[in-house]
Design a protein. Structure first.
Length: 118
């Protein structure tokens, strides 16, 4: 399973970016998908998740500003980020999770840098 993120970059505070993550080598539609981020000197934290059924969950810090979505036919998960703040600056990672009663498999992308200037 391979996950490849794109869409990061430098943006001014208040601006928007859309991250994309394309998966290969798996039955994408069965996976729960998520976006996580890690700022310098901090632990990786959950940003948003979306289940195979389309249910979403967001960190409080991004609710109302970020939207996660998936397009199973394109094997792609998106993160639309609006009203960006300097504290959103981090490396953003795509996650794919397959959970069964017997095991949980997690897959990660290589990360994409998002920098928000004030």
């Amino acid at each position: 399973v391979q996950l490849v993120e794109s869409g990061g970059g430098l943006v001014q505070a208040g601006g928007s970016l859309r991250l994309s993550c394309v998966a290969s080598g798996t039955i994408f539609s069965t996976y729960a998908l998520g976006w996580y981020r890690q700022a310098p000197g901090k632990q990786r934290e959950l940003v948003a998740t979306i289940t195979s059924g389309g249910s979403t969950n967001y960190a409080d810090s991004v609710k109302g500003r970020f939207t996660i979505s998936r397009h199973n036919a394109k094997n792609t998960v998106y993160l639309q980020m609006n009203t960006l703040k300097p504290e959103d600056t981090a490396v953003y990672y795509c996650n794919g999770r397959l959970a069964t009663p017997s095991y949980v498999n997690d897959y990660w992308g290589q990360g994409t840098q998002v920098t928000v200037s004030s």
